[in-house]
Design a protein around this ligand. Sequence first.
Ligand SMILES: Cc1cc2nc3c(=O)[nH]c(=O)nc-3n(C[C@H](O)[C@H](O)[C@H](O)COP(=O)(O)OP(=O)(O)OC[C@H]3O[C@@H](n4cnc5c(N)ncnc54)[C@H](O)[C@@H]3O)c2cc1C
Length: 179
Amino acid sequence: MNEFLSVERWPGVWAVGDCALVPDLTTGDFCPPTAQHAVREGKVLAHNILAEIRGTRKKPFRFRTLGQLASIGRRTGVAEILGLKFSGFLAWFLWRGVYWSKLPRAEKKVRVAIDWLLDLLFTKDFTQFVPQRAPVISMPAAVMDFPTFAAPTGHGERAEGINAHHNENGHSNQYARNN
Ligand SMILES: Cc1cc2nc3c(=O)[nH]c(=O)nc-3n(C[C@H](O)[C@H](O)[C@H](O)COP(=O)(O)OP(=O)(O)OC[C@H]3O[C@@H](n4cnc5c(N)ncnc54)[C@H](O)[C@@H]3O)c2cc1C
């Protein structure tokens, strides 16, 4: 494909993002498959499709990679921004900041900001997922290898062995074993 994001020899076919081999006009190589390229290619592509329809001038895609950020653990990150390499809390904070700034919608931004703030102030919030399984027809219940866990029986008590749980229609729909 060419720098206008159209596929050569296939008029009317355009490509952007990871699936496109876009020439990088700043290095002479090809653009890396990153989101920072994909979103900018999308804008140039929109402009170029309109230009094609209206018969006006198309824009070549030209963008120099701003840098790379990655989180490598709890409140630690690595960064390379405009050639400058650093690591630690600042890199992690920048990674989170960039991630946050890209979130769509103000509501989502507020929700995530509050969640991350709580995460900074308090320790991890553990949640237990109860791995309840559907009944296995082809195997006797007694030989099923269930993990050990305490599941509610639906009758306000812990029960021994395999328990059939009944829904409001009186049908048995799941089994759990408490040890
Ligand atoms: C683990 C990981 C970490 C990354 N971290 C970064 C980072 O920190 N910074 C950065 O800049 N980039 C990062 N990237 C790269 C970035 O995610 C991609 O470059 C970017 O998402 C490419 O955008 P895209 O629109 O081309 O493709 P995608 O975001 O992959 O979107 C393609 C969409 O098409 C859908 N799709 C696929 N096939 C079909 C079909 N047949 N019909 C309909 N829909 C279909 C897919 O479900 C998907 O939603 C990361 C990628 C990965 C995997």
